[in-house]
Design a protein. Structure first.
Length: 237
């Protein structure tokens, strides 16, 4: 079984559009948990365009499933994660002005830096995951950073699936296998959807967890959050 962590960034985007508290991000997260999701993911960006640092603090006190905080480990982010002590921190090499995450780490070039950051989180018993492209060299170097997991960046898969090239899942399957052999657990995320998740799950072994937000919230506009989450859970069994 692969765990579903729902990324609620887009709930905060909607809330922020009016400056009030509709929808209430914390309440939606609790409802998502009650609908069966096994985790909540947030990605507080430096400009707080969606999830704010205060949201992360508010969520940390009330969530009962696995809390996953994603982001570039700038000092402000590291301090927030250490304060909250979530189950998992996912390190993403985001540029400040990026519209969304658009690349995995170069774990070869950044190995020393990642090792240092990861050791800080490890001292506080926070599981670490490193966001990487489906490239065996990046996976092998990730294993040398001390990380517990990798998160495979799935945008390329989602694009290829939409273009009818299902075979492009091969590099992901290979990287998941290498990661597993090296003792790393495997997460995946970005642009996964009800349409493309089933094939990914079928072809990529050792898939511990997927974090899904953008498509899941869009699909919920038609199906409602509860039914959408249940449909994901069926595909991830
Ligand atoms: C790390 C990752 O893959 C992203 O999908 C991210 O969490 C989404 O961020 P935005 O919601 O800001 O696009
Ligand atoms: N780590 C990926 C994530 O949290 C969700 O990405 P997306 O589904 O919003 O593209």
């Amino acid at each position: 079984m692969t765990k579903l962590s729902v990324n609620i960034n887009k709930i905060a985007t909607l809330r922020n559009a009016r400056g009030g508290n509709i929808p209430n991000v914390v309440q939606v997260a609790l409802d998502i948990e009650s609908f069966g999701a096994e985790g909540i993911t947030v990605h507080p960006r430096p400009d707080e365009r969606h999830i704010t640092y205060q949201d992360v603090l508010d969520l940390s006190g009330v969530l009962t499933t696995e809390f996953n905080i994603e982001g570039n480990p700038i000092t402000k982010f590291v301090n927030l994660v250490l304060q909250v002590k979530p189950a998992q921190v996912t390190l993403v090499p985001d540029k400040e002005d990026a519209i969304t995450s658009n690349a995995g780490w170069d774990t070869v070039k950044n190995k020393t830096y990642l090792k240092e950051v990861i050791s800080v989180f490890k001292e506080h018993n926070i599981r670490t995951s490193v966001f990487v492209d489906p490239d065996p060299a990046m996976v092998r170097a990730a294993a040398e950073t001390g990380a517990d997991r990798i998160e495979l960046y799935t945008e390329a898969y989602a694009v290829s699936y939409a273009n009818g090239k299902k075979g492009d899942v091969g590099s992901y399957a290979e990287c998941a296998k290498i990661a597993h052999e090296l003792g790393l657990e495997v997460n995946a995320g970005h642009d996964l959807s009800l349409e493309n998740i089933g094939y990914f799950k079928e072809k990529v072994a050792h898939l511990e967890e997927v974090s899904i937000g953008h498509a899941l919230i869009a699909e919920s506009l038609y199906m409602g959050l509860e039914k959408t989450i249940q449909n994901y859970l069926k595909l991830l069994k």
